[in-house]
Design a binder for this molecule. Sequence first.
Ligand SMILES: *Cc1c(COP(=O)(O)O)cnc(C)c1O
Length: 387
Amino acid sequence: MIPYGRQDISQQDIDAVVAVLKSDFLTQGPKVPAFESALTSHTGAKYAVAVNSATSALHIACMALELGEGDWLWTSPITFVASANAGLYCGAKVDFVDIDSRTYNLCPNELEIKLERASVEGCLPKVLVPVHLCGQPCDMKRIRELCNKYDVKIIEDASHAIGGYYEGQPIGSCHYSDITVFSFHPVKIVTTAEGGAALTNDHKLSEKMALYRSHGITRDQDEMTEVSHGDWYYQQITLGYNYRMTELQAALGISQMMRLKEFVAIRHKLAERYSFLLKGLPVLIPYQLENTYSGLHLYVIRLQLDEISATHKEVFEELRVNQIAVNLHYIPVHMQPYYKAMGFKYGDYPDSEQYYKEAISLPMYPGLSESEQDKVVKVLTSSLASK
Ligand SMILES: *Cc1c(COP(=O)(O)O)cnc(C)c1O
Protein backbone atom coordinates (compact mmCIF):
# COMPACT_ATOMS: atom_id res chain seq x y z
CA MET A 1 0.00 0.00 0.00
CA ILE A 2 1.27 3.48 -0.87
CA PRO A 3 -0.01 5.75 1.95
CA TYR A 4 -0.90 9.42 1.44
CA GLY A 5 1.62 10.46 4.05
CA ARG A 6 4.33 8.84 6.11
CA GLN A 7 7.10 9.72 8.56
CA ASP A 8 10.78 9.58 7.56
CA ILE A 9 12.86 8.18 10.44
CA SER A 10 16.67 8.07 10.20
CA GLN A 11 19.22 6.18 12.30
CA GLN A 12 20.09 9.53 13.88
CA ASP A 13 16.45 9.95 14.96
CA ILE A 14 16.47 6.46 16.51
CA ASP A 15 19.77 7.09 18.31
CA ALA A 16 18.42 10.36 19.72
CA VAL A 17 15.37 8.62 21.21
CA VAL A 18 17.38 5.67 22.56
CA ALA A 19 19.81 8.08 24.25
CA VAL A 20 16.88 9.61 26.15
CA LEU A 21 15.69 6.15 27.23
CA LYS A 22 19.11 5.60 28.81
CA SER A 23 19.14 9.03 30.47
CA ASP A 24 17.74 10.25 33.81
CA PHE A 25 14.69 12.02 32.40
CA LEU A 26 11.90 10.56 30.32
CA THR A 27 9.82 13.67 30.93
CA GLN A 28 10.42 17.21 32.23
CA GLY A 29 14.16 17.14 31.43
CA PRO A 30 16.36 19.21 29.10
CA LYS A 31 15.06 17.99 25.71
CA VAL A 32 11.71 19.79 25.68
CA PRO A 33 13.29 23.25 26.19
CA ALA A 34 15.94 22.33 23.60
CA PHE A 35 13.20 21.40 21.11
CA GLU A 36 11.44 24.68 21.86
CA SER A 37 14.72 26.48 21.11
CA ALA A 38 14.97 24.64 17.78
CA LEU A 39 11.46 25.90 16.95
CA THR A 40 12.15 29.51 17.92
CA SER A 41 15.47 29.57 16.12
CA HIS A 42 13.89 28.26 12.92
CA THR A 43 10.85 30.54 13.02
CA GLY A 44 12.24 33.62 14.69
CA ALA A 45 9.33 33.67 17.15
CA LYS A 46 10.40 34.62 20.67
CA TYR A 47 8.67 31.82 22.57
CA ALA A 48 7.58 28.24 21.92
CA VAL A 49 5.52 25.98 24.19
CA ALA A 50 5.81 22.32 23.17
CA VAL A 51 2.83 20.09 24.02
CA ASN A 52 1.51 16.60 23.33
CA SER A 53 -0.50 17.53 20.20
CA ALA A 54 -1.53 20.43 17.98
CA THR A 55 -5.03 19.97 19.37
CA SER A 56 -3.67 20.73 22.87
CA ALA A 57 -1.70 23.65 21.43
CA LEU A 58 -4.88 25.09 19.89
CA HIS A 59 -6.68 24.65 23.21
CA ILE A 60 -4.06 26.44 25.34
CA ALA A 61 -3.76 29.12 22.65
CA CYS A 62 -7.50 29.81 22.88
CA MET A 63 -7.33 29.78 26.68
CA ALA A 64 -4.41 32.21 26.71
CA LEU A 65 -6.45 34.58 24.51
CA GLU A 66 -9.25 34.24 27.07
CA LEU A 67 -11.74 32.74 24.68
CA GLY A 68 -14.78 31.71 26.69
CA GLU A 69 -18.52 31.49 26.95
CA GLY A 70 -20.33 34.07 24.82
CA ASP A 71 -17.32 34.45 22.50
CA TRP A 72 -16.97 33.32 18.89
CA LEU A 73 -14.13 31.50 17.14
CA TRP A 74 -14.09 31.58 13.34
CA THR A 75 -12.12 29.25 11.12
CA SER A 76 -12.22 27.61 7.69
CA PRO A 77 -14.65 24.75 6.95
CA ILE A 78 -11.83 22.98 5.09
CA THR A 79 -9.65 21.92 8.00
CA PHE A 80 -9.25 19.13 10.49
CA VAL A 81 -12.00 19.28 13.13
CA ALA A 82 -9.47 20.24 15.83
CA SER A 83 -9.19 23.84 14.51
CA ALA A 84 -12.86 24.35 15.33
CA ASN A 85 -13.15 22.07 18.36
CA ALA A 86 -10.63 24.20 20.27
CA GLY A 87 -13.26 26.93 20.46
CA LEU A 88 -15.87 24.49 21.78
CA TYR A 89 -13.46 23.26 24.49
CA CYS A 90 -13.47 26.83 25.82
CA GLY A 91 -17.26 27.10 25.79
CA ALA A 92 -17.18 29.50 22.83
CA LYS A 93 -19.33 29.27 19.71
CA VAL A 94 -17.84 28.40 16.33
CA ASP A 95 -18.53 29.82 12.89
CA PHE A 96 -16.82 29.49 9.52
CA VAL A 97 -15.54 31.65 6.68
CA ASP A 98 -15.79 30.03 3.24
CA ILE A 99 -12.65 29.26 1.25
CA ASP A 100 -11.03 30.93 -1.73
CA SER A 101 -11.56 28.36 -4.48
CA ARG A 102 -8.10 28.99 -5.87
CA THR A 103 -5.99 28.54 -2.71
CA TYR A 104 -8.50 26.52 -0.60
CA ASN A 105 -7.63 28.78 2.33
CA LEU A 106 -10.08 30.98 4.20
CA CYS A 107 -11.08 33.73 1.75
CA PRO A 108 -10.13 37.26 2.88
CA ASN A 109 -12.97 38.82 0.84
CA GLU A 110 -15.50 36.57 2.56
CA LEU A 111 -13.85 37.44 5.86
CA GLU A 112 -14.21 41.16 5.20
CA ILE A 113 -17.91 40.84 4.38
CA LYS A 114 -18.59 38.60 7.36
CA LEU A 115 -16.71 40.89 9.78
CA GLU A 116 -18.63 43.94 8.56
CA ARG A 117 -21.92 42.16 9.12
CA ALA A 118 -20.85 40.79 12.53
CA SER A 119 -19.76 44.27 13.56
CA VAL A 120 -23.23 45.64 12.79
CA GLU A 121 -24.92 42.73 14.54
CA GLY A 122 -22.59 42.87 17.55
CA CYS A 123 -21.26 39.33 17.22
CA LEU A 124 -17.64 39.82 16.18
CA PRO A 125 -15.35 36.86 16.84
CA LYS A 126 -12.71 37.05 19.54
CA VAL A 127 -10.41 34.62 17.72
CA LEU A 128 -9.84 33.79 14.05
CA VAL A 129 -8.01 30.57 13.14
CA PRO A 130 -6.68 30.76 9.57
CA VAL A 131 -5.36 27.36 8.42
CA HIS A 132 -2.46 27.13 5.97
CA LEU A 133 -4.05 24.27 4.05
CA CYS A 134 -1.58 21.83 2.44
CA GLY A 135 1.17 24.18 3.68
CA GLN A 136 0.15 27.06 1.41
CA PRO A 137 0.26 30.22 3.53
CA CYS A 138 -2.94 32.25 3.95
CA ASP A 139 -3.00 35.91 2.92
CA MET A 140 -1.82 36.90 6.40
CA LYS A 141 -1.18 40.59 5.67
CA ARG A 142 -4.75 41.14 4.59
CA ILE A 143 -6.14 38.94 7.38
CA ARG A 144 -4.11 40.86 10.00
CA GLU A 145 -5.34 44.22 8.65
CA LEU A 146 -8.96 43.10 8.81
CA CYS A 147 -8.55 41.58 12.27
CA ASN A 148 -6.82 44.71 13.57
CA LYS A 149 -9.75 46.80 12.38
CA TYR A 150 -12.19 44.74 14.44
CA ASP A 151 -9.85 43.78 17.30
CA VAL A 152 -9.86 40.06 16.52
CA LYS A 153 -7.00 37.84 17.76
CA ILE A 154 -5.32 35.44 15.34
CA ILE A 155 -4.14 31.86 15.90
CA GLU A 156 -2.48 30.47 12.77
CA ASP A 157 -3.12 26.74 12.45
CA ALA A 158 0.17 25.88 10.77
CA SER A 159 -0.17 22.13 11.29
CA HIS A 160 0.60 21.69 7.56
CA ALA A 161 3.07 24.46 7.14
CA ILE A 162 6.31 24.24 9.14
CA GLY A 163 9.23 24.91 6.81
CA GLY A 164 7.16 27.23 4.63
CA TYR A 165 7.60 30.99 4.15
CA TYR A 166 5.22 33.89 3.73
CA GLU A 167 6.76 36.98 2.10
CA GLY A 168 10.21 35.92 3.27
CA GLN A 169 9.15 35.22 6.87
CA PRO A 170 9.21 31.63 8.14
CA ILE A 171 5.75 30.26 8.99
CA GLY A 172 5.64 30.41 12.78
CA SER A 173 7.30 33.83 13.04
CA CYS A 174 3.95 35.15 14.36
CA HIS A 175 4.64 38.33 12.41
CA TYR A 176 0.95 38.60 11.50
CA SER A 177 -0.62 36.62 14.35
CA ASP A 178 -0.81 36.35 18.11
CA ILE A 179 -0.01 32.64 18.22
CA THR A 180 0.99 29.98 15.67
CA VAL A 181 0.36 26.27 16.19
CA PHE A 182 2.30 23.34 14.69
CA SER A 183 1.47 19.61 14.62
CA PHE A 184 4.09 16.86 14.76
CA HIS A 185 1.80 13.92 13.98
CA PRO A 186 3.63 11.30 11.81
CA VAL A 187 1.94 12.34 8.56
CA LYS A 188 2.97 15.98 9.04
CA ILE A 189 6.23 17.52 7.85
CA VAL A 190 8.28 16.93 11.01
CA THR A 191 7.22 14.35 13.60
CA THR A 192 7.46 13.63 17.31
CA ALA A 193 4.97 10.70 16.99
CA GLU A 194 2.30 12.76 18.72
CA GLY A 195 3.10 16.37 19.48
CA GLY A 196 2.48 20.02 18.84
CA ALA A 197 3.65 23.48 19.78
CA ALA A 198 2.30 26.98 20.22
CA LEU A 199 4.58 29.88 19.31
CA THR A 200 4.23 33.56 20.14
CA ASN A 201 6.16 36.80 20.46
CA ASP A 202 4.13 37.83 23.52
CA HIS A 203 5.77 36.95 26.83
CA LYS A 204 2.49 36.99 28.78
CA LEU A 205 0.80 34.63 26.32
CA SER A 206 3.76 32.24 26.45
CA GLU A 207 3.66 32.18 30.27
CA LYS A 208 -0.06 31.52 30.29
CA MET A 209 0.25 28.71 27.75
CA ALA A 210 3.08 27.12 29.78
CA LEU A 211 0.82 27.22 32.86
CA TYR A 212 -2.14 25.66 31.05
CA ARG A 213 0.15 22.93 29.70
CA SER A 214 0.92 21.72 33.21
CA HIS A 215 -2.04 21.92 35.61
CA GLY A 216 -1.83 25.68 36.13
CA ILE A 217 1.11 25.02 38.44
CA THR A 218 4.06 27.35 38.98
CA ARG A 219 7.18 26.94 41.10
CA ASP A 220 7.40 30.68 41.77
CA GLN A 221 7.66 31.27 45.49
CA ASP A 222 5.89 34.51 46.19
CA GLU A 223 2.52 34.36 47.92
CA MET A 224 1.12 32.05 50.64
CA THR A 225 3.79 33.05 53.15
CA GLU A 226 1.75 31.99 56.18
CA VAL A 227 3.79 28.78 56.31
CA SER A 228 7.44 28.27 55.36
CA HIS A 229 8.17 26.25 52.26
CA GLY A 230 11.17 24.64 50.61
CA ASP A 231 12.30 23.30 47.28
CA TRP A 232 9.28 21.04 47.02
CA TYR A 233 6.93 24.00 47.01
CA TYR A 234 4.59 24.75 44.11
CA GLN A 235 1.38 26.68 43.63
CA GLN A 236 -1.62 26.01 41.44
CA ILE A 237 -2.77 29.46 40.36
CA THR A 238 -5.24 28.52 37.60
CA LEU A 239 -6.90 25.42 36.15
CA GLY A 240 -4.68 23.70 33.61
CA TYR A 241 -4.16 20.29 32.05
CA ASN A 242 -1.42 17.75 31.57
CA TYR A 243 -0.56 18.50 27.93
CA ARG A 244 3.18 17.94 28.37
CA MET A 245 5.45 16.52 25.66
CA THR A 246 7.85 13.76 26.75
CA GLU A 247 11.65 13.88 26.46
CA LEU A 248 11.50 11.02 23.93
CA GLN A 249 9.22 13.05 21.69
CA ALA A 250 11.31 16.20 22.05
CA ALA A 251 14.54 14.33 21.22
CA LEU A 252 12.91 12.98 18.07
CA GLY A 253 11.69 16.47 17.23
CA ILE A 254 15.15 18.03 17.65
CA SER A 255 16.64 15.41 15.37
CA GLN A 256 13.85 15.80 12.78
CA MET A 257 14.15 19.61 12.77
CA MET A 258 17.73 19.22 11.49
CA ARG A 259 16.23 17.79 8.28
CA LEU A 260 13.33 20.24 7.96
CA LYS A 261 14.77 22.08 4.94
CA GLU A 262 15.57 18.79 3.22
CA PHE A 263 12.07 17.40 3.93
CA VAL A 264 10.35 20.40 2.41
CA ALA A 265 12.72 20.49 -0.57
CA ILE A 266 11.91 16.82 -1.34
CA ARG A 267 8.19 17.62 -1.11
CA HIS A 268 8.67 20.44 -3.63
CA LYS A 269 10.51 18.11 -5.99
CA LEU A 270 7.70 15.55 -5.74
CA ALA A 271 5.07 18.25 -6.29
CA GLU A 272 6.86 19.60 -9.37
CA ARG A 273 7.07 16.08 -10.73
CA TYR A 274 3.37 15.46 -10.11
CA SER A 275 2.43 18.76 -11.73
CA PHE A 276 4.53 17.84 -14.77
CA LEU A 277 3.15 14.29 -15.03
CA LEU A 278 -0.47 15.41 -14.58
CA LYS A 279 -0.32 18.00 -17.35
CA GLY A 280 -3.13 17.51 -19.82
CA LEU A 281 -5.29 15.44 -17.48
CA PRO A 282 -8.73 16.74 -16.46
CA VAL A 283 -7.55 17.67 -12.97
CA LEU A 284 -6.76 20.99 -11.34
CA ILE A 285 -3.26 20.97 -9.84
CA PRO A 286 -2.35 23.04 -6.76
CA TYR A 287 -2.06 26.76 -7.25
CA GLN A 288 1.14 28.33 -5.93
CA LEU A 289 0.82 31.85 -4.58
CA GLU A 290 3.55 34.33 -5.37
CA ASN A 291 5.84 35.42 -2.55
CA THR A 292 5.21 32.25 -0.60
CA TYR A 293 6.94 28.92 -0.16
CA SER A 294 4.58 26.11 0.82
CA GLY A 295 5.44 23.50 3.42
CA LEU A 296 3.65 21.15 1.01
CA HIS A 297 2.20 18.81 3.60
CA LEU A 298 -0.37 17.74 0.99
CA TYR A 299 -0.67 17.63 -2.78
CA VAL A 300 -4.38 18.03 -3.51
CA ILE A 301 -5.83 17.71 -7.01
CA ARG A 302 -9.40 18.60 -7.99
CA LEU A 303 -11.17 16.46 -10.53
CA GLN A 304 -12.76 18.40 -13.36
CA LEU A 305 -15.92 16.37 -13.12
CA ASP A 306 -17.60 17.92 -16.16
CA GLU A 307 -14.73 16.61 -18.31
CA ILE A 308 -14.75 13.01 -17.09
CA SER A 309 -17.38 10.31 -16.96
CA ALA A 310 -16.22 8.69 -13.71
CA THR A 311 -17.47 10.05 -10.39
CA HIS A 312 -15.25 11.36 -7.60
CA LYS A 313 -16.01 8.22 -5.59
CA GLU A 314 -15.15 5.92 -8.50
CA VAL A 315 -11.76 7.58 -9.08
CA PHE A 316 -11.09 7.37 -5.36
CA GLU A 317 -11.98 3.69 -5.21
CA GLU A 318 -9.96 2.83 -8.32
CA LEU A 319 -6.87 4.27 -6.65
CA ARG A 320 -7.61 2.46 -3.38
CA VAL A 321 -8.17 -0.88 -5.14
CA ASN A 322 -4.75 -0.41 -6.71
CA GLN A 323 -3.11 -0.09 -3.28
CA ILE A 324 -2.85 3.69 -3.38
CA ALA A 325 -4.27 5.02 -0.12
CA VAL A 326 -5.37 8.43 -1.34
CA ASN A 327 -7.26 10.55 1.16
CA LEU A 328 -9.56 13.55 1.31
CA HIS A 329 -8.59 16.68 3.23
CA TYR A 330 -11.16 17.51 4.42
CA ILE A 331 -14.84 16.81 4.82
CA PRO A 332 -16.07 20.36 5.56
CA VAL A 333 -16.30 20.66 9.36
CA HIS A 334 -19.79 22.18 9.20
CA MET A 335 -21.04 18.96 7.52
CA GLN A 336 -19.95 16.77 10.44
CA PRO A 337 -22.97 15.42 12.36
CA TYR A 338 -21.79 17.08 15.58
CA TYR A 339 -21.70 20.47 13.85
CA LYS A 340 -24.92 19.87 11.93
CA ALA A 341 -26.60 19.34 15.30
CA MET A 342 -25.58 22.95 16.10
CA GLY A 343 -27.55 24.17 13.10
CA PHE A 344 -25.01 24.13 10.26
CA LYS A 345 -26.27 22.67 7.02
CA TYR A 346 -25.29 21.73 3.51
CA GLY A 347 -25.33 24.93 1.43
CA ASP A 348 -23.83 27.17 4.13
CA TYR A 349 -20.35 27.30 2.54
CA PRO A 350 -20.72 26.52 -1.19
CA ASP A 351 -17.06 26.90 -2.20
CA SER A 352 -15.97 24.49 0.53
CA GLU A 353 -18.67 22.03 -0.45
CA GLN A 354 -17.67 22.21 -4.13
CA TYR A 355 -14.03 21.63 -3.18
CA TYR A 356 -15.08 18.59 -1.15
CA LYS A 357 -16.83 17.07 -4.17
CA GLU A 358 -13.65 17.21 -6.28
CA ALA A 359 -10.59 16.99 -4.04
CA ILE A 360 -8.19 14.07 -3.70
CA SER A 361 -4.91 14.13 -1.75
CA LEU A 362 -2.27 12.19 -3.67
CA PRO A 363 0.55 10.42 -1.80
CA MET A 364 3.16 12.96 -0.67
CA TYR A 365 6.02 12.20 1.71
CA PRO A 366 9.84 12.17 1.57
CA GLY A 367 10.13 8.39 1.08
CA LEU A 368 7.82 8.30 -1.96
CA SER A 369 9.85 6.91 -4.87
CA GLU A 370 9.60 8.04 -8.50
CA SER A 371 8.31 4.60 -9.51
CA GLU A 372 5.57 4.81 -6.85
CA GLN A 373 4.72 8.27 -8.09
CA ASP A 374 4.56 6.94 -11.65
CA LYS A 375 2.17 4.23 -10.47
CA VAL A 376 -0.10 6.82 -8.84
CA VAL A 377 -0.22 8.85 -12.06
CA LYS A 378 -0.79 5.75 -14.20
CA VAL A 379 -3.72 4.49 -12.11
CA LEU A 380 -5.18 7.98 -11.87
CA THR A 381 -4.90 8.46 -15.63
CA SER A 382 -6.71 5.21 -16.39
CA SER A 383 -9.40 5.87 -13.79
CA LEU A 384 -10.10 9.28 -15.36
CA ALA A 385 -10.45 7.65 -18.78
CA SER A 386 -12.48 4.64 -17.65
CA LYS A 387 -16.21 3.95 -17.70
C1 LIG B 1 -3.24 17.45 12.15
C2 LIG B 1 -3.98 18.70 12.33
C3 LIG B 1 -4.40 19.17 13.58
C4 LIG B 1 -4.29 18.35 14.83
O1 LIG B 1 -3.01 17.92 15.08
P1 LIG B 1 -2.72 16.86 16.22
O2 LIG B 1 -1.25 17.05 16.49
O3 LIG B 1 -3.03 15.52 15.66
O4 LIG B 1 -3.55 17.19 17.39
C5 LIG B 1 -5.02 20.40 13.66
N1 LIG B 1 -5.24 21.14 12.56
C6 LIG B 1 -4.87 20.73 11.33
C7 LIG B 1 -5.12 21.61 10.16
C8 LIG B 1 -4.25 19.49 11.19
O5 LIG B 1 -3.92 19.05 9.96
